[in-house]
Design a protein around this ligand. Structure first.
Ligand code: PLP
Length: 376
């Protein structure tokens, strides 16, 4: 029996199987770009932006170089800078706070909800003051936060909301797609995200034409006419090649989202008895659909669990082992009186299992068996 464990090589995410399925379309799309040679802002960029906007149901989409650039460009367009505060959940990938610091503003950390790991809207209003310039919730692991509650507070204080949807592209909230739930939505096409390209990439979404215009200029060095720069910008374009690769992937994406959701439900069903052993399973709230960027559970003794999983040949990963407020380069932004205990607890206990749309049945069985014996 042990022998089969060794011949089974279980990937954490499986980009090779996806490429095999889409190979003819992707190869053709790449070849087309090589043939026309318009590598920067070529025709595929506009085509891809149209397809992305249509998928999200949003008026405007801009393809950019990464999810981090997407957030930086959004903050720049909103005029966020030195002296300004931006409220971000303490529990996220570092890029959320990093983007705020890169524009010269101060990240203000807020704790997250126990069940979704997303910004706790009940604690939001207490952090808003005259320096607050924006709120940047994160849709962690693929599920959006309570956007109605966040937007209501933001509207009351006339603050813009940037949804960091780097992990939730394809997710929905009350029938609307993630990225289209606030002033601006930003996402990432890093290869391991729900929709990934073959390198770094990202996109920005808004229904505000003036904001979109501003962001499209910022993306190209603040240029409004050739070599005429009336704004400070960045080089934040997404390559034509990456846009060409994204389009066939986007066509397959709705099917992939269904597979991710099915796998998550199968995991939850298989693990439901483990909750008596202190395991916490991911829950998707009513009227939300998760893009399942990660399938993440909480276990009491994580180091031991990960070691046993490794021995069984199952890769696991921790997203994230520290809150952003506890990262050495960010601790000085932390208000010592601020309670971030839910984030801190999550950082110590969360662990993600393999999650991708091309999971084979025998791999699934092996993962389930390994999780159960690792906790036994
Ligand atoms: C991946 C990620 C980003 C950054 O995206 P990149 O494309 O890697 O720059 C930002 N926020 C969150 C929550 C992410 O997971």
């Amino acid at each position: 029996m042990a022998y089969t464990y060794f011949i089974m090589k279980i990937p954490f995410i499986d980009l090779k199987s996806q490429y095999q399925v889409l190979k003819p379309e992707i190869d053709q799309a790449i070849q087309k770009v090589l043939d026309h040679g318009q590598y920067i802002l070529g025709p595929e960029v506009t085509e891809c932006e149209k397809a992305l906007a249509q998928f999200v149901g949003c008026k405007h989409a801009l393809a950019v170089a990464s999810g981090t650039d997407a957030a930086v460009i959004a903050l720049m367009a909103l005029g966020v800078g030195p002296g300004d505060e931006v409220i971000v959940p303490a529990f996220s990938f570092i890029a959320t706070a990093e983007a705020v610091v890169l524009v010269g503003a101060t990240p203000v950390f807020i704790d997250v909800e126990k069940d979704t790991y997303n910004l706790d809207a009940t604690k939001l209003e207490a952090l808003i003051n005259k320096n607050t310039k924006a709120i940047m919730p994160v849709s962690l692991y693929g599920q959006t936060p309570d956007m109605d509650a966040i937007n209501a507070i933001a509207n009351k204080h006339k603050l813009p909301v940037i949804e960091d949807a780097a992990q939730s592209f394809g997710g929905t909230y009350k029938g609307k797609k993630s990225c289209n739930l606030s002033t601006i939505g930003v996402t990432s096409f890093f290869p391991a995200k729900p929709l990934g390209c073959y390198g770094d990439g990202g996109a920005i979404f808004t229904n505000d034409a003036a904001l979109n215009d501003k962001m499209s200029k910022i993306r190209v060095h603040g240029q409004s006419a050739r070599y005429y720069h009336d704004m400070i910008g960045v080089n934040g374009r997404l390559d034509t090649l990456q846009c060409a690769i994204l389009m066939p992937k986007l066509k397959k994406f709705p099917w992939e989202l269904e597979q991710r959701d099915r796998l998550a439900k199968q995991y939850n069903e298989a693990f439901k008895d483990l909750t008596t052993k202190g395991v916490v399973l991911p829950q998707v709230k009513a009227e939300r659909f998760s893009a399942w960027a990660q399938y993440t559970i909480e276990v009491p003794e994580r180091d031991k669990f990960q070691k046993r999983m490794e021995e069984a040949g199952v890769p696991t990963s921790v997203h994230y082992p520290r809150t952003m407020a506890d990262q050495p380069a960010y601790t000085h932004f932390r208000d010592p009186n601020q309670d971030l205990s839910v984030s801190e607890h999550a950082a110590l206990h969360v662990v993600s299992l393999p999650m991708h749309p091309y999971m084979e049945a025998d791999h699934f069985q092996h993962i389930v068996k390994s999780v159960k014996s690792a906790l036994g």
